[in-house]
Design a protein around this ligand. Structure first.
Ligand SMILES: Cc1ncc(COP(=O)(O)O)c(C=O)c1O
Length: 386
């Protein structure tokens, strides 16, 4: 019998707080009723601070990939040139979407595990000698646990050419990072429900500035369900163009209440404290970190076990004996790295469980005692935070 409470530490989906679960299970209401209008009005507004947006945030009933696709189809015309920063599996997702619709797609490859080097990227844009319509990047590249320097990138891009639209995939970090569309020169910022926003999967979010909003109505790329103009029009009527996931909209409002209680700044600080503590702990366990400190995401941490056998042992035993689920690598990093998600409703003491379980597993596997080593390092960082 397994007597541990299951602990879901994948970089999404993430544990759903009871308050959100409760809200999502309330009796159904008609989506064309005043009941739903009240829910929607609150939800569109509630997400503004989380996305650092002056405009109300659009909510689509579909997964994160749909809003990646929507962000592209509503910003660039089919014949226009677009640039994609590819630094992992989700950069590749943007690339695949682009190749389905566009002929003039330019890829800036970044080594997996590294952050974009901004001067090199600007040089790349110059070398294209093309009129670029939009640049697409991840904020957190979930597959490598890199947090790109989006604020600096936005500024550099604006200084290079202020007409370029900057579109950011924040699926795996919005809700855990300090973002501001104006300050960071982001035109469109998308995210999904099942990560730091702590909802079950099923909603996509689109934040945008006024310039992007105006652009959506000028673009001619064919789209139907993903035509953001439809969502913008409905938003003014506290509604949605198609049947929404009413339950998850209620979940958005329950999420906002939780964030308001804790305070968004505190939520963000908690994520960074856990990141820093976990990195110390992994160092103490002689586990190599994939990403350097400067670009380490506050929502997911990737590490490199010493061998494939050690990797399998950690992942399988964590699950079998301790009921802890973590994630493997994606693409060519599959079988090379493990990833611990630490976003949403995660306290420093939840992560302490995985740290202490890792001490036991590595003591067994390497036949060398790690007991107490990592948790001491971990608590040294956490004590300054709590
Ligand atoms: C950064 C990033 N972008 C996009 C996606 C795709 O989202 P979904 O799987 O909800 O379609 C994910 C999912 O993990 C992600 O982490």
């Amino acid at each position: 019998m397994n007597y541990y409470n299951p602990l879901l530490l994948t970089p999404g989906p993430t544990p759903v707080p009871d308050q959100i679960l409760y809200a999502t299970q309330l009796p159904m209401v008609g989506h064309r009723s005043s009941d739903f209008e009240a829910i929607a009005e609150q939800a569109f507004k509630a997400l503004k601070p989380v996305f650092g947006s002056e405009n109300e945030v659009m909510i689509l009933t579909s997964s994160g990939t749909s809003v990646l696709e929507a962000s592209m189809l509503n910003i660039a015309n089919p014949e226009e040139d677009i640039v994609i920063i590819v630094s992992g599996a989700f950069g590749n997702r943007f690339k695949q979407i682009a190749e389905a619709y566009y002929d003039n797609v330019h890829i800036f490859e970044v080594e997996w595990g590294q952050a974009v080097n901004i001067p090199d990227f600007i040089d790349f844009l110059k070398s294209l000698k093309r009129d670029i319509t939009a640049v697409f990047s991840q904020y957190c590249e979930t597959s490598t646990a890199v947090l790109h320097p989006v604020q600096e990138l936005g500024t550099a891009l604006r200084n290079f050419d202020q007409d370029i639209y900057f579109v950011v995939d924040g699926v795996s970090c919005i809700g855990a990072v300090d973002v501001d569309l104006n300050r960071d020169n982001i035109d469109v910022l998308v995210s999904g429900s099942q990560k730091a926003i702590m909802l079950p999967p099923g909603l996509g979010f689109v934040a945008y500035n006024d310039r992007a909003k105006a652009r959506f109505s000028q673009v001619t790329t064919p789209r139907f369900y993903l035509d953001l103009n439809k969502y913008l029009k409905s938003l003014t009527e506290n509604s949605t163009p198609f049947t929404p996931n009413v339950s998850l909209f209620r979940g958005v409002n329950a999420y906002a209440n939780l964030i308001n209680e804790e305070g968004l700044d505190q939520v963000i600080a908690r994520h960074y404290a856990i990141r820093d503590a976990l990195r110390q702990a992994l160092n103490a366990l002689d586990l190599e970190l994939l990403v350097q400190d400067a670009y380490a995401s506050p929502t997911v941490t990737a590490f490199v076990p010493k061998s494939k056998d050690e990797l399998d042992y950690i992942k399988n035993e964590l699950k079998k004996r301790f009921a802890i689920t973590i994630a493997g690598g994606q693409g060519h990093l599959k079988g090379q790295i493990l990833r611990i998600g630490h976003m949403g409703q995660i306290s420093p003491f939840d992560i302490l469980q995985v740290v202490s379980a890792l001490e036991i597993l590595l003591t067994e596997f390497r036949n060398e005692s790690y007991v107490g080593k990592a948790i001491t390092q971990y608590m040294e960082v956490v004590k300054a935070y709590v």
